[in-house]
Design a protein. Structure first.
Length: 77
């Protein structure tokens, strides 16, 4: 649970405060974590498709979201 709170505060680009995420219903947390994971995947695909970028050894080749973000189950309707 605390990992989810941290991830949303950190990867949410300042969109969430700790108290907002902590009191947020779990299904909403999972929704936002899935959106972040999808965004990271889209960034990875667009970066791998751009062959004009020069290789920089200081940057990772792909952004890896934390494991628990990609393993979040879809909320039940």
């Amino acid at each position: 649970m605390l990992e989810e709170v941290h991830a949303l505060c950190y990867y949410g680009n300042g969109g969430f405060t700790h108290s907002e995420v902590y009191s947020m219903p779990i299904r909403y947390r999972h929704y936002h974590l899935k959106k972040i994971a999808n965004s990271v995947e889209t960034q990875n695909k667009s970066m791998s498709g751009n062959k004009e970028m020069t290789e920089d050894t200081t940057l990772p080749s792909k952004i890896q979201p934390p494991d628990f973000i990609t393993k979040v189950k879809a909320p039940k309707k």
